[in-house]
Design a protein. Structure first.
Length: 103
């Protein structure tokens, strides 16, 4: 997988059965979603930011960008949770915009 963190790669390598089960669940859940792929990625970015899982942002921001998401859409997705999650989202905003701006 491209753009995954070292920890996720380690998870997949060291626990291949669990990793496969996890990825199967992720793919089934994604297929069952009524959202188009770009919107699904933007929603996922919102959740990652809200739960402060910064490490997952690089992969999902780049995926959203490949699906046509604009920088402003990514920025808005990160900030959706601002009223609930608070100012802690600024760390996620920085990570997401850095990922978006990478070539």
């Amino acid at each position: 997988m491209k753009n995954v963190t070292n920890s996720f790669s380690l998870f997949m390598t060291e626990t291949p059965e669990t990793g496969k089960a996890y990825m199967d669940m992720v793919m089934k859940q994604s297929k069952a979603s009524a959202l188009d792929r770009k919107t699904h990625e933007l929603a996922y970015i919102s959740v990652l930011a809200a739960v402060r899982m910064i490490s997952g942002l690089d992969f999902h921001v780049k995926s959203a960008k490949e699906l046509g998401a604009s920088r402003n859409e990514v920025k808005s997705a990160v900030l959706v949770g601002l009223p609930v999650a608070g100012i802690t989202l600024v760390d996620a905003l920085e990570a997401a915009l850095n990922a978006y701006d990478e070539n």
